[in-house]
Ligand binder design. Structure first.
Ligand SMILES: Cc1ncc(COP(=O)(O)O)c(C=O)c1O
Length: 457
């Protein structure tokens, strides 16, 4: 190492601070090409060592125009959280500590953070207190894990030994999903060996909520997995979880809930009714990198059947030291991984129950405010019931005008939002998920949209 470590990390902290302190004034995103960034960061593979401080300076310089400012209050794309300070600082420590929570022996502290967060999250979400938890890259892998456990559980109940006999020749599983499930559910099922023809999609209402009455008709006689949703990625709507769990469990089905962001509604009394019955499900997927505002990456899978969870995920080898304590690899499809729970622990510890609730409520209030400001314009229509943090906006009842407004807002750098297509209509898609989003951010972003509608942005 050529640079003094203290100098290197202090210099890096300065660069990070400069970024964070000025991020509110930066364009949220810039129209920059991959080629430009590759040229800035590229060149031939260095033949030999470079001083570490110089490396960091060139990374900061080369990456700068390609950074999308997701944590300064004016980013409304996809469903991206910002970063709360304690989680950011814990994430730095996580890298400095370089812990691998796959096995207790590798990181007793990492295992303890996971165990503490497991308990806190069960309490926050109103899930059975003995539920197990695994810390994954994101909700994609959390959905994968929850559904994989479901597959094992329903086949075991049908007398099939999955570990010995795998899935070939197994009793056919009916997998029932809502018409508007998230795309990651399909990918998880595909990776688990379920093709499109194996998946039954139940009709949804105008907000994208699964119709529980239609679910009843979709359940077959054999093993069944039902995948419900808490928080539709477009509308923010919630499937009727209590009803779904009731119907599904009458058939002995496994219920998995994709609550990538919506599960956080459970954290506040004012929104908890949206997830009524959620604790009756068998497994849940959520993200901490969305609404808890921890740095990427961090998803969480929770399961009401720890025995099935562990049996479906575990691995063994003679060299892997088991201590009989918590081994993180038993709860995720991953082996070595980042000790993500330190940042989750720090976010939960710094916010507390009321802080998480306030964060969620504030984002929802800002989403309503965004919708209110826009809807005063007669060319604007709000397409969804703004029950959570998602707002769908259509301009002049016209796909092209709507796409043009999104493009103009993106190019302005004032805010970033994208489009979606719902029920055949293009809409601006606004997601408020950043703790830093305040009234001024909403006013600036809404004005940018309205100027784009008027054609003068
Ligand atoms: C409902 C839902 N499920 C799953 C996901 C996937 O989450 P991730 O990208 O963290 O894997 C998302 C992402 O927005 C989502 O909204």
């Amino acid at each position: 190492m050529t640079t003094d470590l203290r100098h290197l990390l202090t210099r890096t902290a300065d660069i990070a601070l400069r970024y964070l302190e000025t991020s509110g004034e930066r364009p949220v995103a810039r129209g920059v090409s991959l080629e430009h960034l590759v040229a800035a960061l590229g060149g031939p593979l260095p033949a030999g060592p470079t001083d570490s401080a110089q490396v960091i300076e060139s990374l900061a310089r080369g990456a700068d125009v390609g950074l999308v400012v997701t944590n300064a209050g004016r980013y409304f794309g996809f469903v991206e959280g910002g970063v709360v300070p304690a989680a950011l600082a814990a994430d730095w420590l996580t890298s400095a500590w370089d812990q691998n929570p796959a096995f207790f022996a590798l990181s007793p502290a990492g295992a303890a953070a996971e165990e503490v967060c497991r308990g806190w999250l069960c309490e926050l979400f109103g899930l059975p207190e003995t539920s197990s938890a695994g810390f994954t890259t994101g909700a994609q892998m959390a959905n994968f894990a929850g559904l994989a456990v479901g597959v094992r559980h329903v086949l075991t109940a049908a007398g099939w030994d999955v570990e010995a006999d795998g899935l070939f020749g197994a009793p056919e599983i009916t997998v029932v999903v809502g018409e508007e499930r998230h795309a990651t559910v399909d990918r998880a099922l595909r990776l688990l060996g379920f093709g499109k023809r194996h998946i039954t999609a139940v009709a949804a209402d105008d907000q994208g909520r699964m119709l529980a009455a239609a679910l009843r008709d979709a359940l077959g006689d054999g093993p069944v997995i039902v995948c419900a949703q808490a928080g539709n990625v477009n509308t923010g709507a919630f499937d009727p979880l209590r009803e779904i769990c009731g119907i599904a469990h009458q058939h002995g089905a496994w219920v998995h809930v994709d609550g990538a962001f919506g599960l956080w509604a459970a954290a506040t009394p004012s929104l908890r009714h949206l997830v009524d019955g959620v604790g009756l499900a068998d497994s849940w997927a959520t993200d901490a990198h969305k609404w808890l505002n921890v740095p990427y990456d961090c998803g969480i899978v929770l399961c009401a059947h720890p025995g099935s969870h562990q049996a479906a995920m575990t691995l063994s080898a003679a060299y892997l030291t088991r201590t009989g304590s918590r081994d993180g690899t038993d709860w995720t499809p991953e082996s070595s991984r980042r000790a993500r729970a330190f940042a989750v622990w720090a976010a939960l510890r710094s916010l507390g129950r009321t802080g998480v609730g306030n964060l969620v409520e504030r984002c929802c209030a800002q989403a309503r405010r965004f919708a209110e400001i826009l809807s005063a314009n007669d060319q604007v229509a709000i397409l969804n019931d703004v029950v959570l943090n998602q707002v769908l906006v259509r301009i002049a009842d016209d796909d092209e005008r709507t796409r043009a407004v999104a493009a103009a807002v993106q190019a302005s750098g004032v805010a970033w939002l994208s489009t979606t297509v719902r029920q055949g209509k293009t809409a601006l898609r606004i997601s408020v998920c950043d703790h830093a989003t305040d009234d001024a951010n909403i006013a600036a972003a809404a004005q940018a949209v309205l100027r784009a509608v008027a054609g003068n942005l």
